[in-house]
Design a protein around this ligand. Structure first.
Ligand code: ADP
Ligand code: MG
Length: 431
């Protein structure tokens, strides 16, 4: 069971680390000055120290009241830290918008340093005291961690958990033998892909598929990409690129070129690669998939799409993303919002992974067990698959114990662990 607990806890911390490492946030706090950025780095270090002992704390809290209180404090702190990061994010966005407005109105206000803007000064001042408060609470928790004798997670165990968070890059080759419950979604996306789409400014249309991690965006895009109707409809060029974390225009352009030409690309300048790409798609009708895009920078998108403007009409670019802002930057106002799966479909996925190759009839599966499983999946195929995989390696007579385990109930309890404020399903965003 430790593996599950560890997975959940680390997942939450990953959320905080991701937010703390966000490029937008860092460049914003750097502008604020006053050492805010180094303070946030300090948070990262302290949180890492705390993360290392979370697994131990999780176990000990059941028997040690002081550890439970420590975890309660940690939870409060995590809420407050998150709130501050939210405020930063809002301010960062506001200041970005302000800067854009100033640019577009042609006013030269840049001689006033950002830090002297009255709003910024006020913000800076209140934020500073909040930040200092978090830092000293973090320091306190780190000290108590030692006094409570909390231990590091053993090397092996933590690296398994870390590996569990990393989802491998996607490819267009389906890993699933069967995809459940996406017939309607697939038909709708196929209609968009095959439709004629006249446009004044580009010969290609972007089709964004938006939804939380693990909901099945990549799987749906793959189903469409490999569909016979797409094969029959004479796309001259097809390419699939898994973009994931960094939106590196040169890297993505190279990957697209390699996917189109099926040859390694040895060019290293963006200009050369884009010239080749333009030749490769010139006058041709393409279907591209950019999977798992996070980029919110409009100008990177403008750079990336340049070579594709030369394509033949009715070309399509399917983009999958968790964030609807990303989709708005790249595409039309309308996105395809992918919904959760029905319980029946989650159950089918669960069974595929938990029971495949086993004698189903020999196992007695009660209705209440089924309900418990689909309840925990929350309509997310990734949750169904993960839970199925987890139970696959467990003796059947222990399944009920696992599903009954406190780990799953933690989200409803108060004052246990920060991770637990997040619904169980959100945890799966990260793995
Ligand atoms: N409809 C489905 N039927 C069966 N398995 C699915 C289905 N949708 C997703 N999966 C599986 O669930 C996991 C997560 O799906 P994925 O498409 O990668 O989600 P996302 O791209 O939204 O993060 C994958 O391993 C995938 O194979
Ligand atoms: Mg995906």
């Amino acid at each position: 069971m430790a593996a599950v607990g560890e997975m959940l806890l680390n997942a939450f911390f990953q959320v905080l680390f991701d937010r703390l490492a966000s490029r937008d946030l860092l460049s914003f706090v750097r502008q604020l000055g006053g050492g805010v950025d180094s303070e946030l780095k300090k948070w990262q270090r302290k949180l890492k120290m705390i993360q290392a002992v979370l697994n131990d704390a999780e176990e000990k809290q059941l028997t040690d009241e002081a550890v439970k209180m420590w975890l309660d404090d940690l939870q409060d702190l995590a809420y407050d830290a998150e709130d501050i990061l939210d405020e930063f994010a809002t301010q960062a966005l506001e200041s970005k918008l302000m800067a854009q407005n100033q640019d577009s109105s042609g006013q030269l206000l840049s001689f006033i340093p950002a830090s002297l803007n009255p709003n910024a000064v006020r913000f800076n001042y209140t934020m500073r005291s909040k930040i200092n408060d978090i830092t000293s609470r973090l320091e306190q928790l780190c000290k108590e961690r030692i006094e409570l004798g909390l231990q590091r997670i053993p090397e092996g165990a933590s690296s398994t958990a870390a590996a569990a968070h990393q989802r491998p890059p996607s490819s267009s080759v389906p890993p699933e033998r069967e995809v459940f419950g996406r017939e309607e979604d697939k038909a709708k996306i196929l209609d968009m892909v095959l439709a004629d789409s006249p446009s004044d400014h580009a010969n290609f249309a972007v089709i964004p598929i938006v939804g939380m991690g693990g909901i099945g965006k990549t799987t749906l895009a793959r189903e469409v990409y490999n569909d016979k109707a797409v094969g029959d409809s004479k796309f001259d060029v097809k390419a699939w690129v898994c973009v994931s974390d960094v939106f590196d225009v040169l890297g993505i352009s190279k990957a697209l070129l390699e996917s189109i030409t099926r040859r390694p690309c040895l060019l290293n300048s963006l200009n050369e690669v884009q010239v080749e790409l333009k030749v490769a798609v010139d006058g041709k009708r393409f279907l591209l998939v950019l999977d798992d895009v996070w980029n919110e920078d409009y100008s990177s998108w403008v750079d990336l799409k340049a070579p594709f403007l030369a394509a033949a009409p009715n070309s399509k670019m399917i983009v999958t993303t968790r964030n609807s802002n990303v989709a708005s930057i790249m595409g039309p106002i309308e996105h395809y919002n992918l919904k959760r799966l029905l319980d029946d479909d989650c159950w089918s996925i669960f069974k595929t992974h938990a029971l495949e190759g086993r004698d189903h009839n020999a196992l007695e599966i009660s209705e209440s067990f089924r309900k418990k499983v689909v309840g925990k999946c929350g309509g997310l195929p990734l949750a169904a698959k993960t839970l199925g995989g987890l139970l696959r390696t467990t003796r059947h007579d222990a399944w009920d114990d696992i599903l009954e385990s406190k780990i799953w109930d933690l989200p409803q309890q108060s004052g246990v662990l920060p991770v637990l404020r997040l619904s169980y399903t959100i945890i799966f965003l990260l793995i």
